[in-house]
Design a protein around this ligand. Structure first.
Ligand SMILES: [Zn+2]
Ligand SMILES: [Zn+2]
Length: 133
């Protein structure tokens, strides 16, 4: 099933043959800034077959692992679109809100929960404890 998405202004569109590998919420401080909210919600898609239309902008920051993450966004409207994690080079981490149909993904675990601001709404903690990001 093809998965499609894009930014708010329509300059950037993407598509993927799928499948969605997994989806998660990340409450790390960087994802708070990237998303403008209490956490980022990301859907992992295979890099293979991921196609882009329209000009993007990007910047690269270092992730918690010490490896880099390149964040891609629309230069016209500023919407976050996807991240390219150096630690998972075959994966595109799409911003779940940029999907044409965000209900196609089911974010499970929360990573860096302890960094979430007290006002953010997150699902209850799983009993097996903290997940590693
Ligand atoms: Zn745009
Ligand atoms: Zn994060």
């Amino acid at each position: 099933m093809e998965i499609t998405g894009g930014c708010a202004c329509g300059q950037v569109r993407y598509s993927s043959p799928g499948p969605v590998k997994f989806a998660l919420r990340c409450a790390c401080r960087s994802c708070q800034r990237d998303s403008g909210g209490g956490h980022g919600t990301h859907a992992a898609l295979p890099l293979e077959g991921f196609e882009i239309e329209g000009g993007t902008a990007s910047w690269t920051r270092s992730g918690r692992s010490g490896l880099s993450v390149t964040k891609v966004f629309c230069p016209a409207c500023g919407c976050p679109l996807w991240g390219l994690p150096e630690r998972a080079p075959a994966t595109v981490m799409v911003a779940a809100g940029s999907l044409d149909d965000p209900s196609k993904v089911a974010p499970g675990r929360v990573v860096y929960r302890g960094e979430a601001p007290p006002w953010d709404l997150l699902p209850p903690e799983e009993e097996r404890g903290h997940a590693e990001a």
